[in-house]
Design a protein around this ligand. Structure first.
Ligand SMILES: Nc1nc2c(c(=O)[nH]1)N[C@H]1C(S)=C(S)[C@@H](COP(=O)(O)O)O[C@H]1N2
Ligand SMILES: [Mo]
Length: 325
């Protein structure tokens, strides 16, 4: 099949630096365990691997956003079947095969805590109504060297931030993903420092481009794309955009993240898209554009801050972007 050949060709590699002979063994074992978990999951839990169309998900109304880029999104099928969501496995097709029917997204609570005047727990239904939804077309640029244009649905994270009233001492925000081994077979892969945690500096989190994301393509998020709630931080590499968030914590100092704990030389806290700062194992100067042409995904030049320099560069004035990668 053309599609899967392409996938093999462009299979990326957050993890290949971790592939020592020993971790290959761990990886195989993780796959075997995940397979066993699938086999014992019982009827009703294991989904057919036929991907669901967008029309199978509940609609989510949104008005067009002024922050959209003028580019054609990839087909829904591509955006919902080529995923990184390591809680469901290491391969790109794992999340679409394993997350639906396993990840229980209702009821869903999000705890907002730490250095805020009004800490509280939100129900996902309440969060959906907190501010008007926008549809924002942005390019997700994965650190592995590919990108995909996707129409996200959500509202600026700043809408939530202002309602909980951060204290002056709050300088960063930490986002934590659900980590439930009963729902997420990938957690058995111990080389990653679970739970999936990410963070933003307060000004980055308050920037209107930082999107609290509930849907895509006019419908609620598929499980594999981080249902029911994820981030989309479009000027940073995709790994900053945490999926299936259960906790948002305001803190004083820069939080540790799954990737800075797992491979600190390869993944920095800032992770701003930057064609001039290479990953230690590959250049970031160009990227493969997925979804446009199945066999010969064309390359484009990677843009500084993924094209949002005029909107975000001032936040990094005076910072050496090679040091703070
Ligand atoms: N919880 C969690 N969030 C995650 C990841 C993950 O493995 N776990 N992968 C990240 C990476 S590397 C990318 S590129 C994007 C992929 O988002 P998508 O599958 O919706 O395109 O999700 C990010 N968020
Ligand atoms: Mo990524």
């Amino acid at each position: 099949m053309v599609r899967s050949d392409t996938k093999r060709l462009i299979r990326g590699d957050h993890l290949s630096g971790q592939i020592t002979p020993e971790s290959v063994v761990h990886r195989r074992r993780a796959i075997v365990l995940a397979g066993a978990a699938l086999a014992t999951a019982g009827p009703g839990l294991v989904q057919a691997s036929t991907p669901k169309p967008a029309s199978a998900y509940a609609p989510l109304a949104a008005k067009p956003s002024r922050y959209s880029i003028l580019e054609r999104p990839v087909p829904f099928e591509e955006a919902s079947t080529y995923n990184n969501f390591y809680e469901f496995g290491l391969e790109k097709e794992d999340p679409a095969e394993r997350a639906p029917g396993r990840l229980k997204t209702a009821p869903w609570k999000v705890t907002v805590e730490g250095l805020v005047a009004r800490p509280r727990e939100f129900d996902i239904d309440e969060l959906r109504k907190l501010a008007p939804m926008e549809e924002r077309i942005t390019r997700l640029r994965c650190v592995e060297g590919w990108s995909m244009v996707i129409p996200w649905v959500g509202y600026s994270l700043s809408e939530l931030i202002k309602r909980v009233q951060p204290l002056g001492s709050a300088k960063f925000i930490e986002f934590t993903t659900l980590a439930d081994p009963k729902q997420m077979p990938g957690l058995s892969y111990r080389a990653l420092r679970w739970p999936y945690r990410e963070g933003l500096r307060m000004d980055e989190a308050q920037h209107p481009l930082s999107l609290l994301t509930f849907g895509m393509y006019g419908v609620i998020l598929p499980e594999q794309n981080g249902a029911p709630l994820r981030l989309m931080v479009p000027w940073k590499y995709g790994f900053k955009s945490s999926k299936s968030i259960v906790k948002i914590r305001f803190v004083e100092s820069q939080p540790s993240t799954l990737w800075t704990l797992t491979a600190p030389k390869e993944y920095g806290f800032y992770a701003n898209v930057n064609p001039d700062v290479a990953h230690p194992r590959w250049s970031q100067a160009t990227e493969r554009v997925l979804g446009t042409d199945a066999l010969f995904a064309p390359r484009r030049k990677t843009e500084l801050f993924n094209g949002y320099t005029d909107l975000v560069a001032s936040m990094y004035a005076g910072m050496d972007l090679k040091t703070f990668y």
